[in-house]
Write a protein that binds this ligand. Structure first.
Ligand code: C2E
Ligand code: MG
Ligand code: MG
Length: 469
């Protein structure tokens, strides 16, 4: 968002002229003075306050920053950009009129806690900026992370309001635009990337935003140039440690540098670009499976990760079928790994997709089970074939720490539950012999992890396949 220079300048010129006029009016001309002062009040409201709910607007935010810069006090301040989390639910629950009242009370409460030296300004809709003294940081973070607002003293209606916020503790010489950019980046990170209540701006965040811009700008060409490669991480059975499957994991080789998924997958997941990559990976896997079959190699089931972004794609199943059938790969050799989801809407869409994949004879696995928003309904209501237990449930080391004993209890029950529901279980991220022992003790005989193999380039994985024959 750019500082609206021309508008702010015009407003400033108008205010200076008005002050000039007031100065020139004879002191005994009280009625003219009164009128002019009233006009000043109205002009102030018009220029620095947003309509709708009575708060300052963005011009006021920029003006306040400019003033603090001019007085040399800016480094005592922090800034924040926030928007309301699921405010539409409040509107839906209380109606628009009361929803607005609740929002107004929320903003007034925040403003009150900032005292005179801070301001809350509205950008648009339910998006606001705040300038406040750094010493009030803990108050602001707590307030914006969740505050219960009652509609009125008599009215019993109340709502818990929460936000996504990006903070920046101002240091050095920064312009109003630079401050605005930084809180914007932190807010975007909180709302769209990490989905957490707040993020503080720091240099690392700056780098990650630069990385993001870079990935977005070169992705299309990189995909066309086939810079993405499929690595295969073996899955083994713990009964005899033989290979019994693999997970396809993506690697990006750019100008001789190997780039790992954590640098590009989260960026691509912010748009539909991830879908293009997933289909690309699936196509490469199918091409490899076809070739291996033609070469007479033993085949194993290969799993491919499908990002959650696909859930919005009505044609996902058709698209997968089109690719797999193009290479005439029998469906039982393909497994689709999907992660858990966060909302009810996702839940319904996910269920339809899982059912459709299973009907077509594909295996479907719930990936990273246990992290994020696991719900038992997710397991009960969908016809998964495989449950992949996240590595965070595997005990670390052989010490009997409280953490390890809790993990063991949970691991035991997750495996038990999955098996009772007729699901296959696989543990991912297996790194030690002790972990293998625990898995076997709990009847989980499928594993994937560095103890057996890292994700391997295709030629190395083919050697593993040859050993199987
Ligand atoms: P994931 O699907 O849970 O994949 C497993 C990750 O754990 C892989 O990281 C793998 O290298 C790593 N791993 C395997 N064994 C061990 C172990 O013993 N210890 C530890 N610490 N890690 C282990 P990788 O390849 O960096 O991939 C990270 C994530 O990126 C994947 O997590 C997956 O969510 C995503 N990803 C990778 N390729 C694709 C893709 O083609 N499409 C999509 N949508 N996501 C992908
Ligand atoms: Mg996976
Ligand atoms: Mg996983």
């Amino acid at each position: 968002m750019k500082h609206n220079d021309s508008y702010a300048k015009l407003v400033n010129e108008f205010m200076v002229k008005l002050e000039d006029t007031i100065d020139k009016v004879a002191p005994d001309n009280t009625s003219a003075l009164e009128n002019l002062r009233e006009m000043r009040e109205m002009a102030n409201k018009l220029s620095f306050r947003a309509d709708f709910i009575d708060v300052y607007n963005l011009n006021y935010f920029f003006k306040s920053i400019d003033e603090k810069i001019a007085s040399g006090e800016i480094e005592k301040y922090a800034a924040c950009r926030f928007d309301m989390k699921r405010f539409s639910v409040v509107n839906h629950q209380f109606g628009r009129e009361d929803g607005t009242k609740i929002l107004k009370k929320f903003i007034e409460g925040l403003q009150k806690g900032l005292k005179e030296d801070g301001c809350v300004c509205r950008i648009q809709g339910d998006t606001f900026t705040v300038l406040f003294l750094k010493k009030r940081m803990s108050y602001v973070v707590k307030y914006l992370s969740g505050t219960m607002i009652e509609l009125g003293l008599k009215d019993k209606k109340k709502a818990m309001l929460t936000t996504y916020a990006g903070y920046y503790e101002i240091t050095g010489k920064k312009t109003a635009e630079e401050i605005m950019d930084r809180i914007g980046m932190a807010w975007n990170m909180a709302k769209h990337v990490k989905r957490v209540p707040y993020v503080f701006f720091d240099e690392k965040l700056m780098q990650s935003v630069e990385n993001e811009k870079w990935v977005e700008s070169v992705f299309d060409e990189a995909l066309r140039n086939e810079e993405f490669m499929v690595y295969y991480q073996p899955k083994v059975t713990l009964k005899n440690y033989r290979l019994n499957g693999a997970e396809a994991l993506c690697r990006w080789k750019h100008n001789g540098e190997m780039i790992l998924p954590y640098r590009f997958i989260p960026v691509l997941e912010q748009s539909n670009m991830i879908c293009e990559l997933d289909f690309y990976v699936l196509e490469h896997v199918c091409r490899d499976l076809k070739r291996w079959s033609e070469e007479g190699k033993a085949l194993v089931k290969v799993s491919v990760n499908l990002s959650r972004v696909h859930l919005g794609d009505m044609d996902l199943v058709e698209h997968v079928l089109e690719i797999v059938d193009k290479y005439k790969v029998p469906h039982e050799y393909i497994e689709l790994e999907l992660t858990e989801t966060t909302t009810d809407v996702d839940f319904r869409e996910l269920k339809q997709i899982v059912i459709a994949f299973r009907t077509q004879g594909f295996s479907v696995a719930v990936d990273d089970f246990g992290v994020g928003y696991s719900s038992l309904n997710l397991i009960r209501e969908m016809p998964w074939k495989v449950l992949k237990i996240d590595k965070s449930f595997l005990p670390e080391g052989d010490e009997d720490t409280e953490d390890n004993s809790q993990k063991k209890v949970m691991l035991k029950h997750i495996i038990g539950m999955a098996q009772n529901l007729g699901l296959e279980c696989i543990a991912e991220g297996v790194e030690t012999v002790d972990q293998v022992t625990i898995l076997k003790e709990n009847n989980c005989y499928n594993a994937q992890g560095y103890l057996f193999d890292k994700p391997l380039p295709v030629e190395e994985f083919e050697e593993r396949l040859e050993r199987l024959a």
